[in-house]
Design a protein around this ligand. Sequence first.
Ligand code: MG
Length: 260
Amino acid sequence: MQVLNNSQNLDSFFNSLADQTSGVLLLDYDGTLAPFQLERDAAVPYSGVRERLVKLIESPRTRVIIISGRWTRDLVPLIGLEQLPEIWGCHGAERMGTDGSYEIASLPEEVVEGLVNAEDWARAEGLEKYCERKPISVAFHWRGLPDNVSGDIATKVRGRFVNAPMTPSLVLKEFDGGLELKYADITKARAVSNILEEVSPETPIAYLGDDLTDEDAFRALDGHGLRVLVRPKLRDTAADVWLQPPGELLEFLDRWLDAT
Ligand SMILES: [Mg+2]
């Protein structure tokens, strides 16, 4: 564990969590709760995470929210819990409540059209096996591929969508293991801002994430909560604290459980 921002004190965070009636725990999934796998559909949580999630979800003093770039349809089976937390999928375009409610953001016409065209382009370029279509985006994955192959995919994708953008509403974003062409208005920062509006200012709130899309969330949480970078290697980040999974992640969750 390394404190990156000296104005954030972990002890005082957990003390205030113990003092308040409730806290909000925002969690990314891939790379944060679950290690990356070559097979994306095999990315289950680190050993010990599910048990702790069960306790956190059951606790009336914690509101757990998973905020992921994945489609909830694909994420729910991987989480593998009977009682699910609230889940915001597709970077927050989808919102699945613990009461079975489900909402999804509507997309402007040019975004829908752009995504269909991007999929057609990927097929024509022979890239469909690397391409994942989601409600608000098309992702290109290259985890585990040789450097020359991933470099070739990246060049093609950047060449098509950076140099000749389809619409300003679709942006190309880097993530750990690929590039994603997505609806610009939907970001994890927007998800965090929406959640902050529902939470009283004194409620302790923390966000745990590993990827570049989580940096958007970290910035949105600036001054409102604890930002925790979870990854084996430190990188440039807006986070307050860096944890190495799984050991330090499990310790953090245990501290949360102790405090609540
Ligand atoms: Mg992640």
